[in-house]
Design a protein around this ligand. Structure first.
Ligand code: SRM
Ligand code: SF4
Length: 642
């Protein structure tokens, strides 16, 4: 078989990033040369290569002044398979956030930590410190395999969870860049080993029976052009969807035998969320089941899928370069056949599984070996000290005093583990003195919500997200309370642009930044993130949130099913469908609560002829707008003409 990515027809131009990767001498240049320059930022070309080292060049968007140079700073992201952060690494990150960063740490939606606000001159020291503390940022960003996720549950008596963690680690190692550029640039060539690679991983990397490797001794799996785009993998256990399995390029589900021994993995492929507004050819896609693989073959299968995307993924248009588009364009059958060529044999059928549920492992749990773990809810993952809320200091105190390791969760939370039961009281009192609430005291609406960082650090943000969501959740809670839905909660996720970093397209209620101060609204995801939501409304001014959500909640309240427990909001929206939602909204008469903009608005009455009213109602249903909006627009247009 021929490796075909070099056979992209020459008349089709490869994207610019492809040239930069090829010229980079395996991720060295121009980062290495520019790092030594006395400048506060890298060139555009260097920033593309810098990503592979785990850093993004950003600027503080709050400080932008027209005509003046940007306030350049860098974000660093850790590579922490399964979210594992040893105590020593945590203390280093905590210190680096203060000395070089903006004083906060942020748990990401893929179980990493980010530090924001690092200046160029401090980047090398920051990365070197992380590596010397058993951490890494290599491959946390860039066109390669990203942080591998696994459920953050340190159960010692549930082997399947241990397998998921182990294999997340091993697959991360298998797909780590081999070129050595990282150590040369940031540690002057000193190779710090933070953990021995499993011998199976080493052997699997070399194995090349079906041309999963390229003829490239420096980067046998990636070659000098690495992947066409970012690539994401998660490993989980049956029934546990803490890792959002349908959103990954590859998801592996541990399959054990009757006595709990590992037998193999179910495999899903082709998930991904990033999209661009008003470009229908870009879309969020849920992964498909593609088969089952025995445990001894799992590395070869992962390599086979990686090789398929490496060789056939689109290197001409970055918007079409994720593996989900390959699956979509080819169909699952053709994709599976290509993978099987690199794998050397057919894939076994996908095994049946129990239903997946969302788990967050917050609060106290028995580990199964006499020790405990404790999951702390962190609003949007931001570890900070602010007024009487001293989470950052509290975590540092606990980790310093008890040397506790931690696992970061895919929902921006954090789990301390290996805790002796007698420490429980002290841990609770340190956290409570620091203003950190136990999970039972947190509104579930907040507990299950996520928002991406957006402003002021993310260069792609159109709207606020992390900074806006607390007030928005307060307003949703107030609205639910006013409508007699005090006990209700659902999964709310928000992003400042359509890239989908907080996975809003899997939420029951998703907000996606559309234009400043307005969001696209997504509805119909499931409480356990097993189904994609759909765009319900394109541009909801955030000031009008109550006006738009109240009718939906009213309909939900009256028409949801009650099979043992009330149907969830996402399931309800999915079941009744958008046509029914729109019909209800169009004729809904508000109960009196007012949105921010409505509070100052006078309402007028106009009588319509019955046939006009019927037509207006129909138009409102079709367009997903209210009667008042359409009537006002039409009358305004008429008055302007006359
Ligand atoms: Fe993301 C780009 C933050 C998870 C899809 N993401 C970015 C950048 C680096 C902006 C940029 O390119 O300049 C953001 C940095 C913001 C900042 O100031 O820190 C950013 N993404 C994040 C994090 C920190 C959000 C969070 O709230 O935690 C997450 C880091 C995870 C990690 O540790 O690796 C993060 N990003 C995701 C996810 C969710 C996931 O992986 O489970 C997605 C959707 C899943 C997917 O990939 O399909 C995601 N981020 C994107 C995309 C769109 C990719 C695409 O296929 O189109 C971009 C833009 C891009 O790649 O061009 C992006
Ligand atoms: Fe930035 Fe958009 Fe990702 Fe939010 S979703 S962090 S705004 S890229």
């Amino acid at each position: 078989m021929v490796n075909t990515f070099s056979t992209v027809p020459t008349q089709v131009k490869r994207s610019k990033v492809e040239d930069l990767k090829e010229k980079s001498n395996y991720l060295r240049e121009p980062v290495l040369s520019e790092l030594g320059l006395d400048t506060n930022h890298f060139s555009e070309d260097a920033t593309q290569i810098l990503k592979f080292h785990g850093s993004y060049q950003q600027d503080n968007r709050d400080n932008r002044v027209k005509g003046q140079e940007k306030d350049y700073q860098f974000m660093l992201r850790t590579r922490s398979p399964g979210g594992f952060i040893p105590a020593e690494l945590y203390l280093t990150l905590d210190r680096l956030a203060d000395t070089f960063g903006n004083g906060t740490l942020r748990v990401t939606t893929r179980q990493g930590f980010q530090i924001h606000g690092i200046l160029k001159r401090n980047l090398k020291a920051a990365i070197a410190n992380i590596v010397r503390s058993m951490g890494s940022t290599l491959g946390a960003c860039g066109d390669l395999n990203r942080n591998v996720m696994a459920p953050p549950a340190p159960y010692r008596n549930r082997a399947e969870y241990q397998y998921a963690q182990d294999y997340a680690n091993r697959i991360a190692d298998l797909l780590t860049p081999q070129s050595g550029a990282y150590y040369e640039i940031w540690l002057d060539g000193e190779k710090v080993i933070s953990g021995e690679e499993h011998p199976e991983v080493k052997a699997a990397r070399q194995r090349n029976d079906y041309q999963t490797n390229l003829p490239d001794p420096k980067e046998p799996i990636y070659g000098e052009q690495y992947m066409p785009r970012k690539f994401k993998i998660a490993v989980t256990v049956p029934g546990d969807n803490s890792v959002d399995i349908y959103t990954q390029d590859i998801s592996l589900i541990v399959i054990t035998n009757a006595v709990g021994e590992l037998e193999g993995f179910n495999v899903l492929a082709g998930g991904g969320l990033g999209r661009t507004h008003n470009k229908e050819e870009t879309f969020a896609r849920a992964a498909d089941p593609i088969g089952y693989v025995a445990k001894d073959d799992v590395y070869d299968l992962v390599k086979a899928i990686v090789a398929t995307q490496r060789d056939y993924g689109d290197r001409t248009q970055r918007r079409h370069a994720r593996m989900k588009y390959l699956l979509n364009d080819w169909g699952v059958e053709k994709f599976r056949q290509r993978v099987e060529k690199y794998f050397g044999k057919p894939l076994a059928p996908f095994k049946s599984l129990p239903e997946f549920k969302y788990k967050d492992f917050l609060g106290w749990h028995e580990q199964g070996d006499g020790k405990l773990f404790y999951g702390i809810s962190i609003e949007n993952g931001r570890v900070k000290d602010e007024g009487s809320f001293q989470l950052k200091t509290a975590l540092k105190t606990l980790v310093q005093k008890f040397s506790l390791p931690m696992l970061l969760t895919p929902h921006q939370n954090l789990i301390l583990y290996d805790i002796s039961p007698e420490l429980r009281g002290e841990i609770e009192s340190v956290l409570s003195r620091s203003g950190v609430q136990p999970v039972e005291a947190i509104d579930p609406l907040v507990r299950y919500a996520m928002a991406c960082p957006a402003m002021p650090t993310c260069g792609l943000a159109i709207t606020e997200s992390e900074r806006a969501i607390p007030a928005i959740l307060d307003r949703i809670r107030a609205l639910l309370d006013r409508m007699g839905l005090e006990q209700d909660c659902f999964v709310v996720r928000m992003t400042g642009c359509p890239n989908g970093c907080a996975r809003p397209y899997m939420a029951e209620l998703g907000f996606v930044g559309m234009t400043p101060e307005s969001y696209q609204i997504w509805l119909g995801g499931s409480p356990s993130q097993t189904r994609l939501a759909e765009a319900y409304m394109d541009k909801m001014p955030i000031a009008d949130l109550e006006r738009h959500l109240e009718p939906l909640f009213a309909y939900y309240k009256t028409a949801r099913t009650q099979n043992g427990k009330p149907e969830s909001f996402g399931d309800f929206c999915h079941r009744v469908g958008f046509a029914a939602l729109r019909e209800y909204v169009a004729t809904y008469v508000p109960t009196g609560g007012k949105s921010n903009s409505e509070k100052h608005r006078v309402r007028y009455r106009v009588n319509l002829r019955p046939n006009v009213f019927e037509n207006l109602k129909q138009a409102a249903q079709n367009e997903g707008r209210t009667l008042a909006e359409i009537a006002s627009d039409a009358i305004e247009a008429y008055l302007q003409k006359s």
